[in-house]
Design a protein around this ligand. Structure first.
Ligand code: BDR
Ligand code: CA
Length: 317
């Protein structure tokens, strides 16, 4: 039986690849997409998610719009985040406008109601700021028990991307992130920059995608090609002509957990520090009081990840 999941996204070029992989992989059943303010304002995250799903022939998957602001600090960090991410993502993804429409229900309602009614296990996969998830936790005290596994893209141990200390998804709504890490999920897997920066996708891979002739291959080639240009220009990786596709690594993990290597450790999020707000504080040497609460990925198998991505993008709906 395919593994059911909900993706909570701020689409975004790498969220878009994650959506396509989740919607096309035969071992996965994407039962809904919820959107949140992040890479672009939430209306564009919703529109971009609809565009991608329509383009690959999966307009049947519902898209539910979520929070337009962080749960706290309503003045923070929207303008700066958007300015920083325009090169990597743009505002509207480069595929035709969607014909599908978003659902009437809000993302947070959808999350709460879906988990309340669920008879099967549904993995929750947030790949944007954690505002929707924190709202669901606050509104439904049983939400945390109902989620069998939460696999998120976010955080960084070695170095951040939006500040020296913090990664974008965690930093964009630090209070929400702190509540998610402290909530006590049955299984919390964190896929941070430490792992995604090891799973680079190259220009040669983009050429392979282009040559596939499938809608997903064509779209991914455009999105990842854009990412590589922006990374080379603004935050070059260890290898030029290659970029991380962060969010897609979470989806790959659902199919094959060995695509990342994790350590089970205590992780908390800094919400106060003037220099460190949004940092994932990982207790690698058991110096604190907190018990392990998170499977934190320090490594990734690039070859395995890229092979799975290429194989999935070759598929059609
Ligand atoms: C994360 O931030 C966003 O820009 C990406 O979509 C990814 O989820 C990487 O820091
Ligand atoms: Ca994202």
């Amino acid at each position: 039986m395919p593994r059911k999941l909900i993706l909570d996204v701020d689409t975004g070029t790498d969220d878009a690849v994650a959506i396509m992989m989740a919607a096309l992989h035969p071992d996965l059943e994407l039962i809904g997409v919820t959107t949140v303010n992040g890479n672009v304002v939430v209306e564009h995250c919703t529109d971009n998610s609809l565009r991608v799903l329509d383009f690959i022939g999966r307009g049947d998957i519902g898209v539910y719009e979520g929070l337009a602001r962080p749960i706290a600090r309503s003045d923070f960090p929207i303008p700066r985040a958007i300015k920083k991410s325009t090169g990597v993502h743009g505002t509207e993804l480069d595929v035709p406008p969607a014909t599908s429409r978003k659902q009437n229900k809000s993302a947070v309602e959808f999350l709460i109601e879906t988990y309340r009614a669920a008879t099967d296990e549904i993995t929750l996969v947030p790949t944007g700021p954690l505002s929707n998830i924190a709202a669901a936790l606050a509104l439904d005290p049983k939400f945390v028990e109902r989620v069998p596994e939460l696999v998120l893209m976010g955080g960084a141990h070695d170095h951040g991307n939006v500040t020296p200390s913090a990664e974008m998804n965690i930093w964009a709504d630090p209070d929400a992130s702190a509540s998610v890490f402290a909530a006590g999920f049955r299984k919390l897997v964190c896929v941070p920059l430490d792992a995604t920066h090891q799973a680079l996708v190259s220009r040669a891979n983009v050429l392979e995608m282009e040559a596939m002739g499938t809608p997903a291959g064509t779209a991914a080639a455009r999105f990842i090609g854009r990412r590589i240009g922006a990374y080379d220009a603004n935050q070059p990786m260890a290898e030029r002509g290659a970029a991380p596709v962060h969010d897609a690594l979470c989806v790959a993990y659902l199919v094959d957990p060995s695509v990342i290597t994790t350590r089970f450790l205590h992780v908390a999020v800094e919400t106060q520090g003037a220099l460190t707000v949004g940092r994932t504080v990982v207790d690698t040497h058991f110096r604190g009081e907190g018990k392990p609460n998170c499977h934190f990925a320090f490594g990734a198998d690039r070859a395995k990840f890229v092979a799975m991505m290429l194989e999935t993008l070759r598929r059609t709906a």
